[in-house]
Design a protein around this ligand. Sequence first.
Ligand code: GLN
Length: 333
Amino acid sequence: MTRGWTSDVDGHTPPPARRAHAVRARIDELHRRHAAAPVDVVSYYPPEAAGRPEVFGLAGVHVSGVRVSVGDSAERFPLQSISKVFTYALALEDNGRDATLARVGVEPSGDPYNSITFDDAHHRPFNPMINSGALVAAALVHGRTRAERVERLVARLRAFAGDPGIDVDRTILAEQLRSTDRNLGLAYVMRSLGMLDGDIEDTVAVYLSACSVTTTTDELAVMGATLANGGVNPVTGERAMPAALVRDVLSVMLTCGMYDAAGQWFHDVGIPAKSGVSGGIVAALPGRIGIAVYSPGLDGHGNSVRGVNLCRDLSEHFGLHVFTAARPDAAFT
Ligand code: GLN
């Protein structure tokens, strides 16, 4: 195993140019290997994505701002559940840690992302990385109107990505709003239980608007790097969220970010991360790098098959697991 993104295969530290070349070659090789590997795909979302199973992007951004992109990293796709990370970040910022925790927990549920189960003992959804908790987080985002809440969320996403053009895809949003019975049902049940208040359709629309923001793997890696960098975008220098709350967000990503496969992910990859049903994954290794992967074939948990496999190998080869001991202070190049 090599450690850091910088060491060469023997663990020696070669001169920077050679080192950068070796790291790039290794990343390219891993991407190629996973692009060619037969994968056990359960589904595609949307189903049309099945027509282009080969699309496969990878990007990494070091907190120093150094970037690497491989494959289809400029392909656009909707954030879907990856947006839950940023909705939660804004809910925390708007309401503070204690008031947010009173409404949504930080406990892995072990259930699928859209399950209609709650933390009955504490009278709240288990965590903000599954739909029930994300709906509560969306309800906690401040704003006088639905449009203002969406605009505030999109503004944050722009700061995280460093792209002023990032926006809600209206076609994707309309389609999601048409087929969201389960989210509406979840929200109504939560309101009946006193876990959620306010206008249900507004809350679901705010949540789905964030899900419908499109991005690229390149941009998503910057978003991850912003989390890894204490909330400051390492490319633009802009602060996207308060430093004190970053640890809260990374913690729920690590324990709950990969749905009911979060334990396996932590074991195998060991980097705070969040997946979306569109096939994207963002991962943020504090103080080091943001990583994004996009490949639309999904496993039974709704996680990208190639994305998970590639991240497992990247973590192994570059010593990225948070519990990797004796990690040298590495640079990306
Ligand atoms: N729009 C989807 C939903 O709420 C997001 C799901 C996901 O990415 N897991 O149902």
